[in-house]
Design a binder for this molecule. Structure first.
Ligand code: FES
Length: 112
C-alpha cells in the first residue's frame, strides 16, 4: 500500500488519498482515516474549509483533523433528522477517525 507521496502532490488546501488515509494540507500536513463516519464516503475526495477542517464530499460533515472528531454533522436533508447531528458527533468522540503521522523529509511525505 502506498505510504509515501511528494509534498508537491498535496499543495495547500488539497486532500488526496494515500492508502487508507486522506492526506491533506491545511497549512500543516495531516492524515486521517478515509471513511466518513456517516455513510463511509471517501474523505480523500473532500475539501478543506476556512477553519482547516476536512469536509466530507457527500453530505458536508466536517472533521477536526487533529482529533478525528466530527464537529458538524451531515448537512442537507440529513440536517433535518432529529438528533442525527449529535448522534454522529458523539460516535466520533468514541470512535474518531484514525490519525496518521506525516513525516516530511525534503519533498517526500511519509505517512506512518
Ligand atoms: S457520508 Fe460523509 S457526511 Fe454523509
Amino acid at each position: 500500500m502506498r505510504r509515501t507521496v511528494r509534498a508537491s502532490e498535496v499543495p495547500p488546501g488539497s486532500v488526496i488519498g494515500v492508502g487508507e488515509y486522506a492526506v491533506g494540507n491545511n497549512g500543516e500536513y495531516f492524515a486521517v482515516g478515509r471513511k466518513c463516519r456517516h455513510l463511509r464516503a471517501d474523505l480523500a475526495g473532500g475539501s478543506i474549509d476556512p477553519d482547516g477542517c476536512l469536509v466530507c464530499p457527500w453530505h458536508g460533515a466536517k472533521y477536526d483533523v487533529k482529533t478525528g472528531r466530527m464537529v458538524r454533522g451531515p448537512q442537507g436533508i440529513f440536517a433535518k433528522i432529529p438528533k442525527l447531528d449529535s448522534a454522529v458527533k458523539l460516535l466520533t468522540r468514541a470512535f474518531p477517525l484514525d490519525r496518521g503521522y506525516v513525516r516530511q523529509v525534503g519533498d517526500d511525505l511519509t505517512i506512518e
